[in-house]
Design a protein around this ligand. Structure first.
Ligand SMILES: Cc1cc2nc3c(=O)[nH]c(=O)nc-3n(C[C@H](O)[C@H](O)[C@H](O)COP(=O)(O)O)c2cc1C
Length: 325
């Protein structure tokens, strides 16, 4: 029953629903006609909003949505001016082979960009921007999945890493000892020195970790200063959650890595013995989709990937976590 529910929820993935609705509504609009036909035009715009929504579904960074909104707003006047310009040129150069066709094509392209595409794409970007800027903790904890494949070329600035560590500085610490220290890495050279010490996704036996080009763009290595405290696990947990939630808020993905070749990493950076290597947080712009699944009684907690390479993470039901004692 649960497997059926999971399959159904995958089939009804909102992105595919939007794509399907967009295509069906678009087809209906074309069937009833969009030329001087108000209902047809309305349906065409609705279809385009759905298609734009499906395209933007996996975007997470509010900044990218706002940029797209600005581009869409600018596309209307710029597209209209360029359309009129190429239309005027067409009346002069229309007879010249190739150039006449090119001018005609550009005129039509800018008309479509200004009149047909700009408004629905802008509306989808506005909805996406508002949703992505909404910082509810429920939404953030859902977004805060373990990502293991990234767009490696999408770099992360040092300022961003400092901002994330500052979240830890503002978080709780046992006896307020604040014993954690951090090594930051955001350059390909330094990243290359960290990656070989990490192990990825133990349950995915066939997968040896992210390939070149999909590796993290940055890392934060969390260390425990043994001169400041004896144990660090609670502080490291709080720190990790603060950093990964902060990353999710910025549209980034993260993965906590506890399976570390600590000797190798210590040697690589000549980390003094007084610092215990606790966790490495890998960061980057996600290049994979991670889906939460409800775990039925007796079902396996191991994460898995489907035929579309989406990563699925089963989570126990809320009732199962509460002891009614
Ligand atoms: C303390 C800790 C250590 C982890 N170590 C690793 C690791 O070494 N390699 C890895 O790929 N994932 C690691 N993870 C990520 C978990 O596998 C992941 O949290 C789990 O599969 C649930 O997925 P989710 O984070 O998307 O909910 C670690 C997570 C935690 C909390």
């Amino acid at each position: 029953m649960n497997a059926f529910r999971n399959t159904l929820s995958r089939m009804l993935f909102p992105q595919w629903v939007l794509l399907g609705v967009g295509l069906v509504v678009g087809a209906v609009a074309l069937l009833i006609g969009v030329s001087d036909n108000l209902p047809g035009i309305g349906l065409l715009y609705l279809a385009l909003v759905c298609l734009a929504g499906a395209w933007l579904w996996n975007w997470r960074s509010p900044r990218e949505y706002w940029m797209l909104l600005i581009i869409s707003l600018a596309a209307f006047p710029i597209g209209a001016i360029l359309h009129n310009l190429f239309d005027a040129l067409g009346t002069k150069a229309g007879q010249i082979p190739v150039i006449g066709q090119l001018v005609g094509f550009l005129g039509a392209f800018f008309f479509l960009a200004a009149v047909v595409a700009a408004a629905p794409v802008g509306l989808a970007a506005l909805i996406g921007g508002i949703t992505a800027s909404w910082k509810g903790l429920d939404r953030l904890t859902k977004l805060n999945r373990s990502y293991r494949r990234f767009i490696e070329s999408s770099r992360i600035g040092k300022k961003v890493l400092l901002k994330l560590v500052n979240l830890v500085r503002q978080s709780a610490s046992g006896a307020n000892l604040q014993p954690l220290k951090f090594i930051l890495s955001n350059t390909p050279e330094k990243n290359r020195r960290i990656f070989p010490s990490l192990s990825w996704a133990g349950y995915l036996k066939e997968w040896t970790g992210p390939a070149e080009g999909e590796r993290p763009a940055a890392y934060i290595i969390i260390l425990g200063d043994s001169e400041l405290a004896k144990s660090f696990q609670y502080d490291a947990g709080i720190a990790s959650q603060s950093i990964t939630l902060g990353a999710a808020e910025l549209g980034l993905g993260a993965c906590l890595v506890g399976s570390i070749n600590r000797e190798r990493l210590r040697e690589e950076f000549s980390i003094p013995e007084r610092y215990q290597i606790l966790l490495v947080i890998a960061l980057g712009k996600p290049a994979e989709q991670v889906v939460l699944e409800d775990l039925g009684p007796g079902e396996d907690i191991e994460y898995w990937r489907d035929e579309k390479d989406r990563h699925h993470v089963p989570k126990r039901a809320l009732e199962e976590t509460i002891l009614d004692l």
